[in-house]
Ligand binder design. Sequence first.
Ligand SMILES: Cc1cc2nc3c(=O)[nH]c(=O)nc-3n(C[C@H](O)[C@H](O)[C@H](O)COP(=O)(O)O)c2cc1C
Length: 166
Amino acid sequence: MTDIAPVLRGRWSPRSYDPIQTISPDDVSLLLEAARWAPSAMNRQPWRFIVGIRGDQTRSRLEPFVTGHSDWALDAAALVVNICESDERGIGFYDLGDAVAHMSIQAEEMGLHVRQFGSFDQQGLAAEFGIEAPFVPITMTAIGVPPAGVGPGVRERVDVDQLLWI
Ligand SMILES: Cc1cc2nc3c(=O)[nH]c(=O)nc-3n(C[C@H](O)[C@H](O)[C@H](O)COP(=O)(O)O)c2cc1C
């Protein structure tokens, strides 16, 4: 791990966030700009986002759908819904993941941390924001900084030789 790019080395996904820290609209614009420049099949750019920052109205509408196992995310300065324009082949899901990866690395570069999560009320959120087929809310992202003194802990990965098919 020591040889990979510092921004990748420093990335980890907090499961608790500072409940006071805020993110500015300019920061949000930068995060969206990073996602915007992700590659996608045939340059379809099949991603859309809903961003709620602490204190704004969108955030209040999002919070009821961040349920149960994901209540840790409610302390994050920003909540993002990652929406895919789905297609028969499913490549849009792949592209959305790439855009979210771009946003995550941009956040890291800005001194923020990100945890994506799939555990939220997908149907309820789609109804609240009028998200209809072919658009689907796939994941959410919590963005902020962890509370003082909270670090990554033990992070595990399979060995590199297990990544190679042959
Ligand atoms: C698509 C996706 C869905 C995830 N869903 C959840 C989730 O529902 N709850 C959660 O606590 N973490 C979730 N995570 C975070 C992963 O558990 C985390 O990235 C993984 O354990 C590796 O940790 P690291 O990011 O710190 O390296 C999700 C991550 C991704 C990419």
